[in-house]
Write a protein that binds this ligand. Structure first.
Ligand code: AMP
Length: 301
């Protein structure tokens, strides 16, 4: 962070401490910056995003701001995590708005590399986190989570954070990253932050912007079905099929374009559970119009 700006007011020279956020676009510059921060003994945090920021992203940024000295937010729409026919080309982007939001949050650095900077040639190296990537979104979006682990591994080597913040909205993603960090001994602490929701309960997502007013209103059912699952568990229901059946029925009543999955899984292994005994993760993915939306809720019986 740079400080500065001299201003003369009523003949008095004031030094205003206005934080200047840096925008770094090259890997080399980012690594040099990170080395300097680490050498100075300061705690560096990373919030990795694909931009088009909303309050969900900002909740991670605020937590990072509270818990560290230097906050880096990466903005990179990562081609490696989009499958053929997915929305890579149309993924919403607004760098200027992101820049203003992050400036307000007193972020120190935006790391915004180009695709050519991150992938000067096709990567021959991938990071496969087995088992955890084979269920839920991994089953419907082959290669998606491998693309995520690849870019996050690269970002960890480039930004060198002590701490990295992820949202529980992408529950599977944070679990995969945690496992990758453990298996490959990355020297970084993973912090998972709660799902940030709209007033009506819809989980915030950059993809909500694709929703028509009718689809937006129908999409509320996703969180409502998770709340219903929790209510059923709390009232003693232990049969998973009965709960998942009720959730599907509620979602189908809102005519989604597709339901990818409605599942009850072990939150540590993501394996489907048959009967509810210990904490259970209810997770779902459904498409309304062009938006494939995901949501989840961890329920303790
Ligand atoms: P994305 O830009 O969608 O790749 O998201 C970047 C980070 O923000 C990921 O760690 C997401 O899990 C997190 N995130 C996105 N939406 C939310 C939300 N509604 N609540 C909490 N975290 C979120």
């Amino acid at each position: 962070m740079c400080y500065g700006v001299l201003r003369v007011v009523d003949n008095a020279l004031l030094l205003l401490t206005i934080a200047v956020m840096e925008i770094i676009q090259t890997i080399h510059q980012m690594q040099v910056f990170a080395d300097e921060v680490r050498a100075s003994g300061k705690i560096l945090s990373l919030v990795s995003t694909m931009g088009y920021l909303h309050e969900g992203h900002l909740s991670l940024v605020r937590r990072a701001r509270e818990e560290s000295d230097v906050v880096v937010v990466s903005i990179f729409v990562n081609p490696a995590q989009f499958g053929p026919g997915e929305d890579l080309g149309s993924y919403p982007r607004d760098f200027e708005s992101d820049r203003m939001l992050l400036q307000k949050e007193r972020v120190d650095v935006i790391f915004a590399p180009s695709v050519a900077q991150m992938y000067p040639e096709p990567s021959l190296t991938y990071v496969y986190v087995h088992l955890l990537t084979e269920t839920l979104c991994g089953a419907d979006r082959p290669g998606h989570l491998d693309g995520v682990s690849l870019v996050v591994a690269k970002l960890f080597n480039i930004c060198k954070p002590h701490k990295a913040y992820f949202g529980a909205k992408d529950f599977q993603q944070q679990l995969v990253i945690r496992r990758m960090v453990r298996d490959l001994n990355f020297d970084v602490e993973i912090v998972t932050c709660p799902i940030f929701r709209e007033e009506d309960g819809l989980a915030m997502s950059s993809r909500n912007t694709y929703l028509s007013p009718r689809e937006r209103s129908c999409a509320q059912v996703l969180n409502q079905s998770l709340a219903e699952a929790e209510r059923m568990v709390k009232e003693g229901e232990r049969n998973v099929e009965t709960i998942l059946g009720k959730m599907r029925e509620m979602i189908e009543a809102k005519n989604p374009d597709r339901i990818d999955y409605v599942s009850a899984v072990d939150p540590n292994t993501l394996e489907p559970i048959q009967e509810i005994k210990c904490p259970v993760l209810f997770a779902l993915a459904a498409k309304f119009g062009k938006s494939r939306l995901i949501d989840n809720r961890l329920v303790e019986p």
